[in-house]
Design a protein around this ligand. Structure first.
Ligand SMILES: [Zn+2]
Length: 447
């Protein structure tokens, strides 16, 4: 397939904008990039797609999300509003996840996947919980991901909060899914070993998880120091801070993700850097939970690998870009904080590198020969100069989610002209409304 008449934003080493550009796609990868003149051949067999002058860009990557949380949209929390992050966990998330059946898990994932396609988010790293439907839950999500045609890395969040039996079921679910992918890799699926957070995991369970993951090609995906309560709990449990506790347990490493790391100190950051552990930043969630802001610029300056996730907020990653850009300025009372290039490093460069952890050997976040053909078309008419140098600011101040008109993953169109092709959005939303009504009832019926 040849896409022509596009303004090609390459990112990557080339980092160019090619006016009147063209991209040839062969199977699931980009084969050639250049001007229309360079690429158009006299080959009537080739499918040619006219982009109509739209921007052709690499798809967005989301470094940390929760498909299972979708049915919380619009749901009332009974009683007094939660006053802090531990109350938000106890009153909202640790009841909602218990109300989910396997079919809820499927539809909760499907509505997120529709949302991701519409917003041009082509790869997502999910962190799943459904304590009353653990066994096989990752297969259910995987099937939805493959139906959607998106890429996702999946894990089940092991926790002690629902007793030993369910903790062990969570371990077994991670191991089963990791083995499934080891035996038969799938181009759209990745996996890691999920853990909820230090504050809901005993030393014994952590040790069981590390032992169970032994021999599997995986790291861990865990929330760390999201709220101050995680640090207080870790000090009480083990006498050390969260990152040190996780390091002692054997959780850190170049394949592991620590989501948030809002409350980490200098020594913990040094450990994160030295172990090559990934951190993810989710400013919309941090603001919503009022937990504070991670020292993102310090981490970038020091060489910590940090990406941008959405923590279950909308899969419009440009909204997360904007919040990252604005939130640090307000938090520090300094308009010089968190410039556009820093946001770009998180959202484009680092997220692409993180995706490569789950799809080794594949290249993301750039339009270059050999890179994955995970692409989006963006209908945007800049009324000032748009260059590779100022593109982050056009995204931050100009791009809207509605500008995405087409989404492609692995060379296959998932949306064209704003029509989702792989999933039936209306039917999925209708069934999700039925299922979510029952989830809300089960949620409210819990003590
Ligand atoms: Zn999260």
């Amino acid at each position: 397939m040849l896409i022509t008449n596009a303004r090609v934003v390459t990112f990557g080493e080339r980092n160019e904008i090619i006016e009147d550009g063209a991209v040839r796609i062969e199977q699931d990868k980009v084969a050639h990039v250049g001007t229309r003149e360079q690429l158009v051949q006299d080959d009537s067999a080739e499918e040619v797609v006219d982009a109509g002058g739209q921007w052709l860009m690499p798809g967005n990557v989301c470094a940390h999300t929760h498909f299972y949380g979708a049915f919380a949209r619009g749901m009332a929390i009974p009683g007094d509003a939660p006053r802090d992050f531990p109350e938000i966990l106890a009153k909202l998330w640790w009841r909602l996840d218990k109300a989910l059946t396997a079919e809820d898990v499927r539809y909760s994932a499907l509505v997120c996947l529709v949302d991701a396609i519409k917003h041009g988010t082509t790869t997502l790293v999910d962190h799943h919980a459904s304590p009353n439907a653990i066994d096989g839950s990752l297969d259910v999500i995987a099937e939805a991901v493959v139906d959607a045609g998106l890429r996702a890395s999946l894990c089940y969040e092991v926790t002690d909060r629902d007793g030993l039996e369910r903790a062990r079921a969570g371990i077994a679910e991670n191991v089963r899914f990791l083995r499934r992918l080891r035996e038969e890799t799938h181009p759209l699926l990745g996996a890691s070993f999920g853990l909820h957070a230090s504050l809901t995991l005993s030393d014994e369970t952590l040790a069981e998880c590390v032992a169970a993951a032994g021999g599997l090609p995986t790291g861990f995906h865990i929330h760390a120091a999201e709220g101050i309560a995680d640090q207080e709990d870790s000090q009480k449990r083990s006498g050390v801070r969260v990152v040190e506790r996780l390091q002692r347990a054997g959780i850190l490493g170049a394949k592991s993700i620590l989501a948030h790391c809002v409350h980490v100190d200098a020594w913990e950051m040094e450990i994160l850097r030295d172990t090559g552990t990934w951190v993810t930043h989710q400013p919309r969630s941090n603001m919503n939970n009022a937990v504070g802001m991670a020292p993102v610029e310090t981490m970038l300056r020091g060489g910590i690998k940090i990406g941008l996730g959405n923590d279950g907020f909308s899969n419009n990653m440009w909204a997360e870009w904007k919040m990252a850009y604005l939130a640090h300025k307000l938090w520090h009372g300094d308009p010089r904080r968190m410039g556009g290039y820093d946001v770009f490093r998180l959202a484009v460069e680092n997220n692409a590198q993180l995706a490569e952890v789950f799809w080794p050997g594949a290249r993301f976040g750039q339009i270059a020969p050999g890179a994955q053909a995970d692409l989006i078309l963006v209908d945007y008419q800049p009324f000032t100069a748009l260059t590779p140098g100022n593109l982050p600011w056009h995204v931050l101040f100009g791009f809207e989610a509605s500008a995405v008109t087409a989404t492609m993953v692995a060379g296959k169109w998932l949306m064209r002209d704003r029509q989702v092709l792989t999933l039936d959005e209306k039917a999925i939303a209708a069934r999700a409304r039925e299922l979510s009504a029952a989830v809300w009832e089960r949620y409210a019926a819990q003590e």
